[in-house]
Write a protein that binds this ligand. Structure first.
Ligand code: FES
Length: 498
């Protein structure tokens, strides 16, 4: 299945050369999503010598697979932050995220392709049992100083609400891939050395050195802007990994105008429109699923079926998914951790705005500017008891997923019987093998043991990848790393095992 997002499909751009040879710099930024590119731009504008290494293409990770929505609240709700922390922290979240959206708006003044638009953010429930959560969120937003209001209805064509509709005005949406490409070009113009197709294969945080297949970079400081930090870091133990699925349809007769529309509860969906060169799209994003505990294809098809039944758009033209990492207490992890590197992670599904907050915060710290909120987001911070309880429940789910029914085929079933497009985890000749047969018949067999910290990978049928439920590393069928904290590939197994 083609899993190119509508953003990546409609914002192609000239590439940057891969890293060749050895370089040294003031700051190495690893990761070319919104966090890394914004950090590189701000540091280059400070006059620092910056190198940015991106494993794939600019925006090819979470940024190019996001929703393109920008809002001062968070996907899990401001009420959850006020509950885990207090009202003053919730107010500060709104202030920081609002400043990040203003920053993006300023950058977009000279990036028309980024299509920045101010719009309202609507949240509502479809059933009576959703009323209490909407009311609670309204109070939390009001307490944080937001100009939120309750309405009776949603724009025509959307499924009708049950009860009041929460409307947060003056939020925004944009084309995230066009934005991050534009910012990367601007960072390069400001003097940053930007390299695509330059995956970090080895990272020595003590010596501050990163090695790729064709070169290395030695830096005074390293910023790991990789969604989940590369290598082994304490925050990995605190971040459950989730995945959400998105479908872009030809809009057909559907037109809700600019706006972020979320209905929550059973069958929750997030809806927005996007227009590119006269083509109008309806983008629908479904609920999150814990990695390693769900069927990816079924989850994607459920989003498509829900959007079709509620909205009747045209044909589905793009399907994709994205992984996210939740922190244990609702705030992101931003700052220097015990490895000595700066990290930026734990953004949940709010990474476009949190990534910008992180970039501004890290660039400020490197310039010697203090910020109390960024200090509060430090990795290794004090853990509120309420957040820790939720974490323990999530981790119990992960452990169950690792031990229950891991083998997908009986011991007697040989890999030779695997049909094209099929995957299996089998015991063969005394060892466990994760296997996938390509449509052309070639069999790929690898070790199912994740090279990060030894958890067992699970098959992702939508993106034909082996995904690790523990900390989110993902691998191609041949074992090479796609994303996540793992640096080394899954070990290849001899295919003669069948
Ligand atoms: Fe950490 Fe797999 S990502 S064990």
């Amino acid at each position: 299945m083609d899993t190119t997002s509508v953003w990546r499909a409609t914002a192609p751009g000239p590439g940057f050369a891969k890293l060749q040879g050895n370089q040294s710099c003031d700051v190495l930024v690893v990761g070319g999503g919104i966090t890394g590119v914004t950090t590189a731009l701000l540091l280059a504008e400070q006059g620092r010598k910056v190198v940015l290494l991106e494993a794939g293409g600019i925006g090819s990770g979470a940024t190019g697979h996001s929703t393109g929505n920008l809002y001062v609240t968070t996907s899990l709700g401001l009420a959850a932050i006020a509950s885990a922390w207090d009202k003053s922290v919730a107010r500060e979240v709104v202030r920081q995220r609002g400043a990040a959206i203003d920053f993006i708006e300023r950058q977009c003044r000279e990036l028309p392709a980024a299509a920045f638009t101010r719009c309202g953010h609507y949240r509502y429930g479809r059933f009576a049992q959703d009323h209490a959560a909407i009311e609670k969120e309204y109070r939390a937003l009001s307490d944080a100083g937001c100009a939120v209001r309750m309405e009776d209805s949603v724009p025509g064509g959307l499924p009708p609400p049950s009860g009041s509709v929460l409307l947060l005005p003056d939020q925004a949406q944009f084309q995230p891939q066009a934005y991050v490409r534009g910012l990367a070009a601007r960072a390069a113009k400001a003097g940053a050395a930007v390299h695509e197709q330059s995956r970090v294969l080895e990272l020595d945080t003590q010596a501050r050195t990163a090695r790729t297949a064709d070169g290395s970079v030695k830096a005074a400081e390293i910023v790991l802007a990789t969604h989940s930090p590369k290598g082994v870091h304490l925050v990995h133990a605190e971040m459950p990994v989730h995945r959400e699925y998105a479908v872009a349809f030809e809009a057909g007769e559907v037109d809700h105008g600019a706006g972020i529309f979320w209905w929550q509860g059973d069958e929750s969906l997030s809806i927005r429109m996007h227009e590119h060169e006269g083509h109008r799209y309806l983008v629908a994003v479904g609920p999150e699923h814990k990695v390693g505990t769900h069927n990816a294809k079924a989850a994607l098809m459920a989003v498509e079926a829900m959007a079709n039944s509620y909205l009747s758009p045209g044909q589905a033209v793009h399907r994709w998914s994205a992984q996210n990492y939740r922190s244990h207490d609702g705030l992101p992890y931003i700052g220097r951790d015990r490895s000595g590197c700066f990290i930026a992670s734990g953004f949940a599904t709010d990474g476009l705005t949190w990534g910008t907050v992180a970039a501004i915060g890290i660039a400020g710290q490197l310039a010697g500017r203090g910020d109390a909120f960024i200090d509060r987001c430090a990795p290794g911070r004090f853990t509120p008891a309420k957040g820790a309880k939720a974490l323990l429940e999530e981790n119990a789910t992960t452990v169950r997923s690792l031990v229950e029914g891991y083998l997908t085929r009986g011991q007697q079933e040989h890999l030779a019987s695997l049909a094209p497009g099929d995957s299996a985890i089998v015991e063969a000749e005394g060892e466990t093998v994760a296997a996938w047969r390509a449509p052309d018949g070639e069999l790929f067999a690898v070790s199912p043991v994740c090279t990060h910290m030894g958890c067992k990978v699970h098959w992702n049928s939508v993106e034909t990848s082996w995904d690790c439920p523990c900390h989110g590393s993902r691998f191609r069928p041949d074992g090479t790393v796609i994303e996540g904290p793992a640096l080394a590939p899954l070990a290849r197994r001899p295919v003669a095992l069948g």
